[in-house]
Structure formats: C-alpha cells, structure tokens
Write a protein that binds this ligand. Structure first.
Ligand code: GTP
Length: 323
C-alpha cells in the first residue's frame, strides 16, 4: 500500500467529551450503551482503519486529561500536529467551562495551522442528547458555532491553503454521529467527484429515484447520486428537484447507517451473516447489496415496472465501474 493513501486523523478534545466513544461506535461496533464501560485514554492511542481497500485512516485518539494537554502542545507538538489530514475536535455541550474549552481549542488550532496548514477541521459539539429543545445550552449551539468559525477565520488568515472548517451537533445515541463522520470520510476519499458522477449516471440509466454507497465495515455513507453529499438543498440537481428530494429528511442516509449497523449486530448475535437487504412496499423498491469488496450500494426505485431482482441485476452489472 502506498503511503499516499494513508491519512492521519487527529481526535482531540477535553477528557470525557466522547472521543473514544465515537471511535468505538463507528469503527468497533460498540453500541452507545457499551461506551459507558470505557476508561480514560492514556496519552495517544493510535489505530489504523482500512476503508475502501485503498484508503487507510491513521486515527490518533489523544486522551484529553489536563495532564496530557500541555504535553501535546509543547513536547510532542511536531509529532502530533504534522502531516494531519483532518482534526476532529470534540466539545461537550454540557461542559460548564466553555471559556477554558475554547481557549484550549484555540491553542490546538494554532499548532495545527502552523504544522499542517491544509488540514480540514471538523468540530463536533457532542452530547446533544443531554440537552432538550428548551435548554439554553441547545440555544447556545448557534452562538458557539459562530464563535468557532470566527476563530478559525482569524487563525487561518494569511494561510493560502487552509483546509475547510465544518461544525456538527452530535450524539452517540442517534444518527447525527454518522452524519458528521460520513462527512469526514467523504472529504478524505480522493476521487469522490467521480464516484458521485458514476452514481448519478447509474441512477439515470436505471430509472432509480436515489442511489447511495456505504462503506462496508463502518456503514458510513460515502457518496450519493445527484448533488454532493454535503450540498445545501438549493444545490439539488434537476432530477432531485423534480422529485421533491429537497423535502426528504436530510439525515435519511445516516439513519440507514445506524439501522443497518444495529441490524448487523443482531445478525452477529444470532450467528447469521449479513448479506444485504431488500424491501418492497407501496410501489417502492429498496435494495441494499454488496457493490465491491468494501462497499454496499443502496438503490431506491419508485417506478412500478421495476422489481428487486432487476435492481440487483443492475447493481451486479455496475460493479466493474466502481472497483
Ligand atoms: P478521554 O479518553 O479522557 O479523553 O475521554 P473521551 O473524550 O474519550 O470520552 P469517552 O469517549 O471515554 O466518554 C466519556 C463518557 O461520555 C462515556 O461514559 C460515554 O458513554 C459518554 N458519552 C460519550 N458521547 C456521548 C453522547 O453523545 N451522549 C451522552 N449522553 N453520553 C456520551
């Protein structure tokens, strides 16, 4: 494997914000409940995760206890912050020390821009499940978001090739976690534009309503037909606008990720192998089939002439374009 396909991803944030929990739910098949057993991470825990055969994420889970924080910024500054593709920074929305948390984030951001100017920054404001809709902390989310974006803009001023900064509200208890991490994977896949074009071509050719591709282990959504995965609703292509795709749940693919992962866990418990899924209801056919060794394709059709076996045949015929 060439080193070009290895991408370093830093996972940082204060102790208890949920870094190891996220990593365990996404990459190690933990349920949200299982994460209650996790202990604090000592120093940096490195793991390599192979996605799509040719893309390897080198995940650096940096323990967030105060004792380690200064060490990252001083003694280990070069080791930690060089060659980073993405920094995933996790905040705990319930923290009562926002000023301190944001100050530490600023130090990390500065170290990152100095050592890996073009790294992408994904800020996840986690544990959103712990604040209900009326809670002032939830209302504060927009304020926090604006503050982080302004800080990034200030620290990236004058850096020509500064990577993007994205912010997501997350909880390990729902699909918002998949939304945020899918966005990271989407960013790291080198030929994502081509994959999106292939999926759109496949959708149009087979008269499907929508097509998406999931990574086979994590079930993170990698790409979908039509407008890019992270596009705003206004960027819907003609096909999507005609079919009212803008009215659909924006998190629909992440919901599928979460449901399939939990279904697969049930299969494992009962000793069954998860091979795919199909459903036919109200003239709508939904098929999830292996596409390549590392991916699954989800196809949704609303054309009454199309059956699940036709859709499966189309998927098998398209495999060659995706390997
Ligand atoms: P360090 O390893 O010390 O840096 O901490 P960490 O950021 O890795 O935190 P960890 O993943 O160990 O999570 C701490 C606790 O928070 C665990 O008990 C998790 O179950 C809980 N937790 C993590 N994410 C969430 C979330 O989204 N919602 C809720 N309610 N609890 C969460």
């Amino acid at each position: 494997m060439s080193s070009a396909s290895r991408r370093k991803v830093l996972l940082m944030g204060k102790s208890g914000s949920g870094k190891t929990s996220m990593r365990s739910v996404i990459f190690s098949n933990y349920t949200a409940k299982d994460t209650r057993r996790l202990g604090a991470t000592i120093d940096v825990e490195q793991s390599a995760v192979r996605l799509l055969g040719s893309l390897v994420l080198n995940l650096w889970d940096c323990g967030g206890q105060d004792a380690f924080l200064d060490n990252y910024l001083v003694a280990q500054r070069d080791t930690i912050f060089t060659n980073v593709a993405v920094l995933i920074y996790v905040f705990d929305i319930t923290s009562s020390e926002w000023e301190k948390d944001v100050h530490y984030f600023e130090d990390n951001l500065q170290a990152l821009r100095e050592n890996s100017a073009d790294a992408g920054i994904w800020v996840l404001i986690n544990k959103m499940d712990l604040v209900d809709k009326e809670d002032p902390k939830r209302l504060m989310y927009a304020e926090r978001r604006a503050e982080i974006l302004a800080m990034n803009e200030r620290l990236s001023a004058g850096v020509d090739n500064a990577g993007p900064c994205r912010i997501f509200p997350t909880s390990i208890w729902d699909e918002s976690l998949y939304k945020a991490w899918s966005s990271v994977i989407h960013y790291l896949i080198p030929n994502i534009k081509l994959i999106t074009e292939h999926l759109t071509y496949f959708r149009d050719l087979t008269k499907a309503a929508e097509v998406a591709v999931f990574e086979g282990e994590t079930f993170l959504v990698m790409a979908k037909s039509g407008s890019p995965l992270d596009a705003a609703e206004v960027e819907l292509d003609e096909w999507e606008s005609e079919r009212g795709v803008g009215r659909l749940d924006r998190q629909r693919f992440e919901k599928v990720s979460e449901i399939i992962k939990s279904f697969r866990r049930t299969c494992q418990r009962t000793g069954e192998q998860f091979l795919g899924f199909e459903a036919d209801f109200d003239g709508c056919v939904v098929v999830l089939e292996p596409l390549t060794r590392n991916t699954f394709m989800l196809v949704i059709t609303t054309d009454p002439r199309l059956t699940a076996s036709m859709v499966k045949y189309n998927i098998s015929q398209s495999t060659i374009h995706f390997v």
